[in-house]
Design a protein around this ligand. Structure first.
Ligand SMILES: [Zn+2]
Length: 333
């Protein structure tokens, strides 16, 4: 059984290529963070080596070892390291290791699978080395490159891969999985799937991890509070959040993502207020913002947050980004 949630076309395409014996040497899977790129690559790694019925069966020895990251022929190469210190780029050493291993026969499976996670962040040397590997692909090896989009990659790398674009999954689909598979209540499943922006991985991790759930509640509450704060108080908030970022950079990214979702809910609410559209996702706090702000103010807030996200990705000083954002957000005072 494929564990990928939604994106049926991508699943269909891969299972068809396996049935027809047309497995590519390299696939580039693109899509936002936690949309299911890794899950799809692992599903295919299971399917390639599965010994059960209806591959990937999910229960044979091969499938279950891939699922537990215990299969010697399936490796994930990424930015997080076992020493707990995350890298900012995939290094040349990591690619060289793969180059070496790729030419060895599979230990116990039929196929070797290498999954490069976060391939948008390759060092230049690593990218060239990876290109060589893609130019002369060994037999019985499948390489997956996972990236948010292909624009940050060398065109020569992209052209050697089969491109699979993953799209946001319907929140009703995510909600159903949260209830049926993970036992979430209807209310919580609806809220988390709405907040996930179509990313099942985020919804599942938020359900499983109380810390993420608390952080989410806090982020949404802080945006609502910010609307009523003075400029001085907002700048103090910017300073606090950016000092927390020095220990955990993902906090800022997640906050911006959640704030975008909150503002979208405000916009939908506003349209409801104006009687133009009925929406699914609403928060108590978004109703009150919708009734006090204009459509233009709401749209500008969304634009400002998106601009901040872009700058954060380009490594602009986070303190400057957040200070600017604090100045741009509408004030209800
Ligand atoms: Zn199996």
């Amino acid at each position: 059984m494929w564990e990928t949630i939604g994106n049926e076309e991508a699943v269909k395409h891969l299972s068809q290529s396996l049935r027809d014996g047309r497995v590519s040497h390299a696939y580039l899977i693109t899509g936002p963070d936690q949309i299911g790129k890794g899950t799809l690559a692992l599903d295919f790694a299971k399917a390639l080596n599965c010994t059960g019925v209806g591959s990937p069966c999910g229960s044979c020895d091969q499938c279950s070892r891939v699922g537990k990251s215990l299969h010697p022929d399936v490796r994930i190469i990424g930015l997080s390291s076992s020493e707990g210190r995350d890298r900012s780029l995939i290094s040349i050493e990591q690619v060289r290791e793969v180059q070496h291993e790729a030419y060895l026969k599979p230990y116990e499976g039929v196929w070797r699978v290498f999954i490069f996670d976060g391939v948008g962040r390759l060092s230049e040397e690593a990218a060239n080395s990876l290109l060589k590997l893609l130019e002369e692909p060994p037999d019985q090896v499948v390489i997956f490159l996972l990236a948010e989009d292909y624009l940050s990659l060398l065109p020569t790398i992209v052209s050697r891969c089969q491109l699979i674009k993953l799209r946001p999954v319907l929140s009703s689909v995510i909600s159903k999985v949260l209830q049926d598979v993970y036992g979430a209540s209807f209310e919580l499943a609806r809220t988390l799937s709405g907040l996930s922006n179509g990313r099942p991985g985020w919804a599942i991790s938020a359900f499983a991890d109380q810390e993420i759930l608390d952080e989410t509640t806090k982020a949404l509450h802080s945006m609502e509070t910010l609307l009523d704060l003075s400029i001085e108080e907002r700048l103090k908030y910017a300073s606090e959040i950016t000092s927390r970022m020095s220990t955990e950079k993902k906090i800022a990214r997640r906050n911006l993502m959640l704030w975008t979702t909150w503002w979208r809910a405000v916009l939908f609410d506003k349209q409801d207020v104006l009687g133009t559209e009925k929406s699914g996702l609403t928060f108590e706090s978004s109703h009150s913002a919708a009734s006090t702000l204009s459509v233009l103010q709401i749209c500008n807030a969304i634009k400002s947050i998106q601009k901040a996200s872009c700058y954060l990705e380009r490594n602009v000083n986070p303190r400057l980004i957040f200070e600017q954002l604090m100045l741009e957000l509408p004030n209800r005072r």
